[in-house]
Design a protein around this ligand. Structure first.
Ligand code: 5RP
Length: 298
């Protein structure tokens, strides 16, 4: 029986040896059906193998978050520059034009807000509605080690089962409860649990120490969340390091839509993720685009 304590320390992560993707460009996806692969190919760019997802689902727990007070005004200008829209069905139907041509990672967990225990979630979208909305992925939050761990894992496996029947991949979102530490040991455990349970890709946080072990031990793609707003160079540096250490993209929210110039910031993030730019050159791009957008000479 596996135990939480007293196990031999994990050490053979094969760092530097890429996982064989067995004939499909995305790790862990070679043996999925055509519809799954087609949807994953909408999420992960087939040229770079990576993705810049724009997360703007914060309102489902936080209400009108700074930068998302008016999704129609703040998010629509970003749509041309994102690979995937990550949002709730409410905002999708209310604010996003269906002819924008972007795939959707549909937030499918619900049931808690910042006013109460966040891990007390349930499945908030029926598979029929995800199909109706042509979702390219369904996103479910899991709180590994959290108060309602069991319930959120139940949510994840129910959505995976429904998605498998419909050919829609599931994105497991590893939320970190207040009592948890965002280190490689915890994040590695959380991501691996999601992969073992059948998620098709995972969203997690970057950690400065040992993130390459988190990605190496997760047999499916990892994208990172941005977290709270930090300086633009720091956010670009975090994205660079995460990609260099095996992440296959970002699912970033506040560090894009709360930037001084969100349209320039998302293009700078794209330069890091898809064009292999350094954070410094991406910051130059950000500043140049920002000056141009404000009509200044650079
Ligand atoms: C909350 C979410 C949010 O969509 C997302 O993580 C927030 O993105 P960011 O941290 O980059 O603002 O999944 O758990």
């Amino acid at each position: 029986m596996a135990e939480a304590q007293g196990n031999i320390e994990s050490k053979d992560f094969g760092i530097g040896i890429p996982q064989d993707s067995q004939g499909y460009y995305l790790k862990g996806a070679a043996h999925l059906d055509w519809g799954m692969k087609d949807r994953l190919a909408r999420v992960f760019n087939a040229r770079s193998g990576k993705t810049v997802m724009l997360a703007f689902d914060h309102g489902y727990i936080m209400g009108p978050t700074s930068g998302l007070e008016r999704v129609d005004l703040s998010i629509l200008p970003l749509v041309p520059y994102t690979d995937v829209l990550m949002c709730t069905r409410g905002v999708l139907r209310a604010c996003i034009p269906p002819d924008c041509g972007k795939p959707v990672a549909l937030r499918c967990s619900a049931g808690a807000t910042v006013l109460k225990e966040l891990s007390d979630e349930l499945v908030g979208v029926a598979i029929e509605d995800a199909i109706r909305l042509n979702a390219s992925a369904m996103a479910v939050q899991v709180y590994i080690g959290g108060e309602f761990e069991h319930k959120t894992i139940g949510n994840l496996v129910r959505v995976i089962d429904a998605g498998n029947a419909a050919g829609i991949p599931t994105l497991a979102v590893t939320a970190v409860g207040r009592e948890m530490v965002r280190d490689a040991r915890y994040l590695g455990l959380a991501c691996r649990v999601c992969a073992e349970l059948g998620a098709h890709f995972v969203k997690t946080y970057y950690c400065a120490e040992g993130f390459e072990r988190v990605t190496a031990a997760c047999p499916i793609p990892i994208v990172i969340a941005g977290g709270k707003k930090i300086a633009e160079l720091d956010a670009l540096t975090m994205a660079r390091r995460a990609i260099d250490q095996g992440a296959l993209g970002v699912d970033m929210g506040r560090n894009i839509f709360q930037a001084d110039d969100p349209v320039s910031m998302i293009q700078a993030v794209r330069a890091v993720v898809h064009d292999d730019e350094t954070p410094e050159r991406a910051l130059d791009l950000y500043q140049t685009l920002k000056s141009q957008s404000k009509g200044m000479v650079v």
